[in-house]
Write a protein of this length. Structure first.
Length: 95
């Protein structure tokens, strides 16, 4: 079975549109990354929180991807637009 990953981002209010645009312009490359089956981004304006829902072949495949995003500077850049670090949760798919 696959690994489900949720990632929460907490943008500064002044950076919401910039984060939305970054996701729209960059997340399509994630689905091309080895091990990624699906990624979707959503935004809850009531609590000012982005949620990424992802399906990966394995937790290791996702961690390799995260390391790549850190190395190329994307995650540090997004962290700079946020009020706190992102929260990543790994879940075991059951159906």
């Amino acid at each position: 079975m696959a690994t489900i990953v949720t990632v929460k981002f907490f943008p500064k209010l002044d950076n919401v549109e910039e984060v939305k645009e970054w996701f729209k312009n960059n997340l399509y490359t994630t689905e091309k990354y080895e091990g990624c089956q699906l990624i979707r981004a959503s935004y809850n304006k009531d609590i000012n929180e982005f949620l990424l829902y992802e399906i990966w072949d394995s937790e290791d495949a996702h961690k390799k991807y995260v390391n790549w995003r850190v190395e190329i500077g994307d995650i540090p850049m997004l962290a700079g637009l946020s009020i706190k670090d992102p929260e990543i949760t790994y879940l075991e798919e059951v159906y």
